[in-house]
Structures are given as structure tokens and as C-alpha cells.
Design a protein around this ligand. Sequence first.
Ligand SMILES: Nc1nc2c(c(=O)[nH]1)N[C@H]1C(S)=C(S)[C@@H](COP(=O)(O)O)O[C@H]1N2
Ligand SMILES: [Mo]
Length: 243
Amino acid sequence: MNEPHRPALARLERRLFLRSSLSLGALTLLSGCDLTDGDAVDRVLWALSRWNDRVQAALFNPDRLAPTYPAAAITDPFPFNAFYDESDVPLVEEASYKLELSGLIADKAPWTVAQLRTLPQESQITRHICVEGWSAIGQWRGVRFRTFLERIGADLRARYVGFRCADRYYSSIDMATALHPQTMLALDFRDAPLPPKYGYPMKLRVPTKLGFKNPKHIAAIFVTNDYPGGYWEDQGYNWFSGS
Ligand SMILES: Nc1nc2c(c(=O)[nH]1)N[C@H]1C(S)=C(S)[C@@H](COP(=O)(O)O)O[C@H]1N2
Ligand SMILES: [Mo]
């Protein structure tokens, strides 16, 4: 066994044993890779993580609602977070903005902010939880995502909805979460249009998932059966990250 890969292998062995009492030897047989190769170990770890996503998705209850709060509970000021500083927030112009649609969608015509505002609007006061160790209660208003997906003729039997953002961030969610009644294409924060730092012109608000699965500054939405990953997801954060 190669020395440099011992820590990864030791972790893998422990996870396998705790989860399934599988041994590394058994896994070597199952996976067909000789676990002395760093890339192979990596692939096995990623495969395990994807398996974990599938189990979590199967346990997801599409009817269970995230808790909601009274207006007095809203966190003020609400925290800003992104993979860059607040001074680098992208400034999207409403005049030139169009939401692009692609993939398994019948009507791929792009949408302006004004068009999105003609759809029925809903409001929610829910808690945003960030893996970095903070949470905050906010109020978002916008279009129920299910309503939007139905309106554009998205294939609701597809596996994933993916998002690309104006700041090169990207993420994706499973279709069951996309159709959850609290999943929203949010246009307003509190009583005003989303300010740039919270995701102007629109963010996906998903109160059943961790903060990093709430993409801001959405520029494009696509529906697909091919696993799209995400900015943090591709760096090892658990893809499902929800309840
Ligand atoms: N486009 C984009 N969306 C993003 C991020 C980002 O860096 N870019 N960061 C995510 C993370 S980790 C968090 S916690 C929330 C922060 O949202 P807030 O600034 O409204 O608090 O946005 C999420 N969506
Ligand atoms: Mo986050």
C-alpha cells in the first residue's frame, strides 16, 4: 500500500465499517479498483457520497414543511455570504437581464423580471442555515418554483434542476425538492426587490436545504437527468444537504 494514501484509506475503512461492516478488502472486490491508487480511492469516496445522496433523497418527505416565523423574528441585519467579499457582488442590470432556460423544458423562451412578477407571488419567513456555522431568519417573496416549472412546461419527472449564476456560482437540486411547496424563485427580500448582496434579480429560496443550495443571481435554469453538481458540492459538500 502506498504511504501517501494511508489517511484516505484509513478514513474510508472506518466509514465502510461503521456503515455497513464492509471491509476494504471486500470493497476492493466490489469496486474492482486496487486501493493503492489515489484516484481510485477518490472515486470510491465520491461514489459512496453519491450513494448517500440517493438514500437521503429517498427519505425526503415532500409534504413536510420547514418551520415559519413571525415578522418580529426576522434577523436584522441579515448576514451576507458568498465565495467572495461583499464589495465583489455582481451588479445585474434589469434592462439587459433575461433568465435563460434549457434542457427538458417545453417553452424555453427567456423571462424578464417584469414577466416573473406577473405570476402569483407568495411570501415566507423561514430560517436560512449556513454550513459555516450561522443561521438567520429572513423574509422572501416571489413565485412558487413549482408554479414556474409547470408554466414553462418542465419535465417534472426529470431528476434534477440546475442553476447557473451571474457570479459563476452554480448548484442543483432534486426534482422532489424543486416541487416542494416552500421552494421559491424569490424576487423580494422583506418588502423590497432583492438587493444585490442577497441575489438580485432573483435567488432560489429552499428552506428545506442548507444555505449553499440557495443560488443567488440566477442567470440560467436547466432541467436534466444528468447529475449537474454545484460549486460547493463539487468540492466535497454533500449534494443533498437537506431534510
Ligand atoms: N450566486 C451565489 N449564490 C450563493 C452563494 C454564492 O457565493 N454565489 N453562496 C451561498 C451560500 S454558502 C450562502 S450561506 C447563501 C448566503 O445568502 P445571503 O447572502 O442572502 O445570506 O448564498 C448561497 N448562494
Ligand atoms: Mo453557506
